[in-house]
Design a protein around this ligand. Sequence first.
Ligand code: AMP
Length: 377
Amino acid sequence: MINNPSENTLEPGATLGVLGGGQLGRMFSQAASKMGYKVCVLDPAENSPAAEVSAYHVAAEFDDEVGLSHLAEISDAVTTEFENVPANSLRFLQSRLPVYPPPQAVEVAQNRNVEKSFFKEHGLPVNRCTAITETSQIEAAFASMSGKAVLKTARFGYDGKGQQVCENAATVKTAFESFGSVECVLEDFVPFDCEVSVVLARDIHGNIEAFPVVENQHKNGILDICIVPARVPEEVQRQAITAAKALAEALDYVGVLAVEMFVCDGAVSLNEIAPRPHNSGHYTMDACNYSQFDQQVRTLAGLPVAKVVQHQPAVMLNVLGDLILKEGFQWQGLQNLDNSHVHVYGKAEARAGRKMAHVNLLGSDADSLLTTVRAAL
Ligand code: AMP
């Protein structure tokens, strides 16, 4: 497949644009530069992790048409590193140059209610949930759940922000008001056995390549540790990959897509999607022949998705500002672990809950890697 050049392919030397200057943009840029592409970052911040390692930076807001036009002039194709870029900006760019993932797929990921309706319409497994736009809907909505529910803002929630577990309708009301009575979704609380995700890439020809299923452990709503391969039965892995691929087809997706899922009693149900590389796919940078960022570059450049192989079991640990701010923290404690790869994002200031770096540990089995990580912490 790799020897099948296409007329739509961008040659090395071309410039790839990216909306957003965070760590995902930085790792995209590093992968692009390895393959001979230049990167233009659009981000309002003067200094950002992605701009630091990229050829060009347009300092503008994400809805600034002058800035977007400048990005379009410099770039040959554009992608995004976060889902909350205004849909109008993506459409504005799409009228000038190729934009992947397609704006309509990004829009689905911008609103949890739209996302959940999309899952249902396409017959994908999803837990009970209902949209909340007014206080008057809460009583009946909570009564339709199984006694415990999670209220989440429909838009702009991330890393556990904008969500609250509720044991009764009164708590849902208080939470709804504390979120400013914005559109929310009320979800049944899922007593999951574990959480998994699938990261895949789909190219302009419709070929899909999925990375191995990842087991995800969260702490305070933020991804903490990933274990790959996930310690779930093969049947669960098959279900997870089938659902993620069906979703990518339904979205007519091009680019890298991440699908987060719950595993409950041997069955998966979809939680949310990210229309971009994902924190749970960072292990691919060291454990696989191609990383999720390599696939992002390939699909944006019009190249076919590459066949993926994982060389070794891996555990990925997120390094948050909390760890760095701890007394006695030393990078060497992580850098000197056997077969560890520390990826630092170049953020000037460490803050609690802020993602500063991640560590990929490789070894012969995931359980002993977990023991090593815990001992190091
Ligand atoms: P999210 O922002 O939807 O990915 O939620 C962040 C984390 O909160 C998830 O990874 C779960 O650990 C937890 N969570 C979210 N929704 C639910 C739910 N409906 N039931 C149980 N736990 C949940």
